[in-house]
Design a protein around this ligand. Structure first.
Ligand code: IMP
Length: 427
């Protein structure tokens, strides 16, 4: 079973870092295939806490080669500062591979992200402001800058010129901002070339060769299923494909190579940014989930919106990703509630609906239909096996599994590396 995809089954922030890190010790390559430094993974190793944005979690496992695939958008300054931050803490980052085809988040992409959001006002998406959307827009518009362009000054200059030609018109005439100088951008980008050179590689070739040699490759999704540009709650989504298919295009491997797709599922639901969220809580329960779960964005520091578990979304994630397993995280956060509501269906304009509506209007009108499950009060953070969990916690997990449509193969009971119950092995 050499190729696994690990991705968020909800709106991101499900605790993917912990899951990837758990597997990191037994895999040969950990690959990011989409997104950029809009992501934020927290990995706790011993008493050390690492916040990663762009680098794959595998960077913390000495035997593992971390890879940034062609589908990722890369802000070179963020990448270099994340690398030097890890080096200062004694982490060896020399094995990192960076696709020459990955697109670069330029300074003007960041500017456009911020001014567009400001311009949208009430209708803003609530982006992370990292330039993600505008960089993917340039990629699709065929005016993007790729990592390989840093090594040909003439090509780089022509491409920056082409990109800024239109953007400067928009910035000056529509947004009333100053034009951005081509030379300045080119100079800044060229300044990254030598520093990035040791990492740049043909990652598609490397990964396919690795798979031929039966090496274990883990594809690590950023964000989550409901933030997918095609399958998420459009337009309140990110600009890439975190869903399983994105691993194929964003890393250059065929779908026949993927053997397992693991969805990371939080035992309740969170979301950052704008957009519909049927089980969102505005009361003290929501506040308690936020406080106990530490639900504050790793990247933006924004408070996350919190709500009960939504089985309709979990079923949807199983379907669009072809999930083979779930990794249930943060079960410990639910300790202490007498009863735990779980959303089993929606009521939309007076009708009960079991599956995620494809219409944006319907989804905005969806009200959760709850089933109450009995809670538990015992500390579960020391549980090592499923049978160590209190009966009601076991029933909660079993109920989620049944509603969600794939086996729950691991359960997170605390933030630490060891605080995980493995029900079935992933490898
Ligand atoms: P962007 O990815 O910065 O363009 O933001 C688009 C939407 O995706 C916003 O609602 C963000 O809050 C959300 N988003 C982006 N990255 C993450 C993430 O890693 N976790 C959760 N939400 C995210």
């Amino acid at each position: 079973m050499p190729a696994l995809v690990l991705l968020g089954a909800q709106w991101g922030d499900e605790g993917k870092g912990k899951a990837t890190d758990l597997l990191g010790g037994s895999v040969d390559y950990v690959v990011r295939y989409q997104g950029g430094n809009n992501a934020g993974h927290t990995v706790v190793v011993g008493d050390q806490k690492y916040a990663l944005h762009l680098l794959p979690s595998g960077i913390l496992s000495p035997g593992c080669t971390p890879v940034i695939g062609n589908g990722v958008v890369v802000d070179p300054s963020v990448l270099l500062s994340e690398l030097s931050g890890l080096n200062e803490r004694g982490v060896d980052t020399s094995k990192l591979l960076l696709s020459g085809n990955a697109h670069i988040i330029t300074p003007y992409n960041v500017t456009v992200d911020k001014v567009t959001e400001r311009f949208l006002g009430k209708r803003k998406i609530g982006t992370t402001g990292r330039g993600i959307g505008p960089t993917y827009a340039d990629k699709i518009n065929r005016v993007g800058i790729r990592v390989q362009d840093l090594y040909d000054e003439s090509i780089l200059t022509q491409k920056v010129e082409a990109a800024l030609d239109v953007k400067n018109q928009i910035l000056t005439k529509l947004y009333n901002r100053r034009a951005i100088a081509v030379d300045q951008v080119v100079e800044e980008l060229l300044g990254y070339a030598d520093k990035l050179a040791p990492y740049v590689a043909d990652t598609v070739l490397v990964l396919n060769q690795a798979l031929e040699e039966d090496k274990v490759v883990l594809f690590e999704g950023g964000q989550g299923t409901l933030l997918d540009i095609d399958h998420g709650t459009y337009p309140f989504v990110t600009s890439s494909n975190p869903t399983a298919g994105g691993a194929c295009t964003g890393a250059g491997v065929g779908p026949t190579k993927i053997s397992r797709v693991i969805g990371i599922l939080k035992a309740y639901t969170t979301r950052v940014g704008a957009g519909p969220f049927p089980t969102e809580l505005f009361d003290e329960d929501g506040e308690a989930l936020r406080r106990i779960g530490g639900e504050r964005g790793v990247t933006t520091g924004r408070d996350r919106r919190c709500g009960w578990f939504d089985a309709v979304i979990a079923r949807y994630a199983t379907r669009v990703n072809g999930l083979t397993d779930f990794f249930l995280t943060k079960l410990d956060v639910l300790t202490g509630w007498e009863q735990i509501p779980v959303c089993v269906a929606y009521e939309i304009d007076g009708k009960r609906v079991e599956e995620l509506p494809y219409s944006q209007t319907d989804f905005h009108h969806a009200k959760p239909v709850y089933e109450m499950l009995p809670g538990w009060s015992e500390d579960i953070s020391k549980a090592k096996s499923f049978s160590d969990l209190p009966k009601n916690a076991q029933s909660y997990v079993k109920a989620l599994e049944e509603m969600s449509g794939a086996p729950i193969s691991a359960i997170g009971v605390g933030p630490g590396r060891d605080e995980t119950i493995e029900v079935n092995s992933f490898l």
